[in-house]
Design a protein around this ligand. Structure first.
Ligand SMILES: NC(=O)c1ccc[n+]([C@@H]2O[C@H](COP(=O)([O-])OP(=O)(O)OC[C@H]3O[C@@H](n4cnc5c(N)ncnc54)[C@H](OP(=O)(O)O)[C@@H]3O)[C@@H](O)[C@H]2O)c1
Length: 428
């Protein structure tokens, strides 16, 4: 059990709004006199009183939750609860600034993801439930002590997966968060970050980073080629940009849009990001593709060393056929829901290696490596060398209705989307 879960299991600080309201009415009236100014002056132990703070400094919070697996539209509920101002030792109160909606979050809600979350009644839901979401940036609005390594005003991200980020506020153990430098501070300096940039800096960029670095044997060098499908996805765009920065050349497969002009627009967009070649699935699966690749790579003996697959089916197979001897196909997603079929000859005669990548496994094994990689990505963002992908912002204010939040999640697995959904928190 991680320390946040432990905190919750001990019943600290969290309760449904109604339960805490009745508890609050039993407290001495003197507590009511605490003003916002007094709270700001108090160094520790009290949350900053915000617009939506309840009586006695209790923070009013809302979380999306689900208590059984299913389609997001059917199972997600918005739950209100309160967080007590007397924090346990080594904890921080967080206000969410932005949180992304990733395909894996939806698969987890559907119950089809590789890891199952633990259902619990910790925030006072009537049935044991889970707070979904894995990627977010929070502002620290309260701390249990002035000795902690994060302090009020800092921005933090979850240290490990399973944090539950689709909520307005969270009480977390200090060890469950990692501080990010929102104002620069790297050796290279640079500009201030936007919450949406930080909230999308982990899942996609770190996946692209690790797959490009860790799977080709020998490791990719300047001038080497890789090929990927789903190239306009968050991961795909990150791979294009990191690849370009590191001197790699890329072949990028996308699905055609509904007009040739829109398809060309998408190709141009990815080329501007740093893609060497962009092809549609039709071109990729066509007879001439082999010759096109031979021409691009000048028939090099090594050929293409790395393929990244998030689609599956015929597309994954064609990636494998495109690789040179000993090349690696890394599968990290299955957007088409088609299985990856492995042609026997590729295994025997070309020794193509088929591998899988799972970011959670990498990040949870080595939190310091996660911190380093995220900070490296954020440095590149600040320096203007790494562009965040297109996003569809979903405002989440105190009054935002459950249905609006649910619909935003439901659409995530539909294809041809304008960008990644990101909850952007306003007046909460
Ligand atoms: N293993 C890991 O650790 C890990 C980490 C990050 C992401 N992922 C996985 O990587 C995949 C992409 O994630 P993301 O966050 O980058 O996604 P995203 O930005 O939401 O993009 C989704 C991508 O999937 C494509 N797509 C959707 N439906 C498709 C279909 N039926 N056939 C072919 N392509 C389809 C989209 O193409 P169109 O624009 O043409 O619709 C788009 O390129 C997901 O499967 C996700 O679960 C895995």
């Amino acid at each position: 059990m991680n320390s946040t879960k432990l905190l919750h299991a001990q019943g600290w600080a969290l309760g449904s709004t109604s339960a805490l309201r009745s508890a609050a009415t039993r407290r001495p009236a003197a507590h009511c006199a605490k003003t916002a100014a007094a709270t700001r002056a108090a160094p520790t132990g009290w949350a900053q009183i915000r617009h939506k703070s309840g009586p006695y400094g209790y923070t009013q919070a809302k979380s999306l939750v689900y208590s059984k697996y299913g389609e997001p539209r059917d199972v997600l509920k918005l739950h209100s609860h309160s967080i007590s101002p007397s924090f346990p030792q080594s904890t921080v109160l967080l206000r969410t600034l932005a949180s992304s909606i990733n395909p894996a979050d939806v698969n987890t809600i559907q119950g089809t993801y590789g890891v199952k979350p633990t259902f619990s009644p910790l925030i006072g839901t009537t049935e044991p439930s889970v707070i979904p979401g894995n990627e977010a940036v929070f502002e620290v609005v309260g701390v249990s002590s002035s000795n902690l390594k994060v302090q009020r005003g800092d921005w933090v991200i979850p240290a490990k997966t399973g944090f539950g980020t689709w909520r307005t506020h969270a009480l977390a153990a200090e060890s469950d968060v990692l501080k990010v430098n929102k104002d620069g501070g790297s050796s290279s300096g640079g500009g201030t970050l936007k919450p949406t940039q930080v909230a999308t800096s982990f899942v996609n960029p770190c996946s692209a980073y690790r797959m490009l670095r860790d799977f080709a044997e020998p490791t990719l060098r300047e001038g080497d080629w890789f090929i990927q499908n789903g190239a306009n996805s968050g991961v795909g765009r990150a791979a294009i940009q990191l690849g370009k920065l590191w001197g790699y050349r890329s072949i990028n497969v996308v699905r055609s849009r509904d007009t040739p002009e829109k398809t060309q627009e998408l190709k141009d967009e990815l080329t501007a990001l740093g893609a060497t070649q962009v092809v549609t699935e039709e071109e990729f699966l066509g007879r001439e593709f082999k010759d096109m690749v031979a021409q691009w790579t000048c028939g090099s003996r090594e050929g293409i060393k790395l393929g990244m697959n998030c689609v599956g089916g015929k597309s994954a197979q064609t990636i494998a056929k495109t690789l040179g001897p000993g090349g690696a196909v890394v599968t990290y997603g299955g957007m088409s829901r088609q299985p990856v079929a492995l042609p026997t000859g590729l295994l025997i005669f070309k020794n193509i290696r088929f591998l899988g990548f799972w970011l959670s496994r990498w990040a949870d094994q080595d939190v310091q490596a996660k911190e380093r990689t995220v900070n490296e990505i954020l440095d590149l963002v600040r320096e203007g060398k790494f562009k965040d992908g297109p996003t569809v912002e979903v405002p989440w204010n105190w009054e935002t209705e459950e249905g609006v939040l649910r619909d935003a999640v439901q659409g995530t697995l539909e294809g041809f989307r304008a960008g990644k959904g990101v909850f952007v928190f306003g007046e909460t």
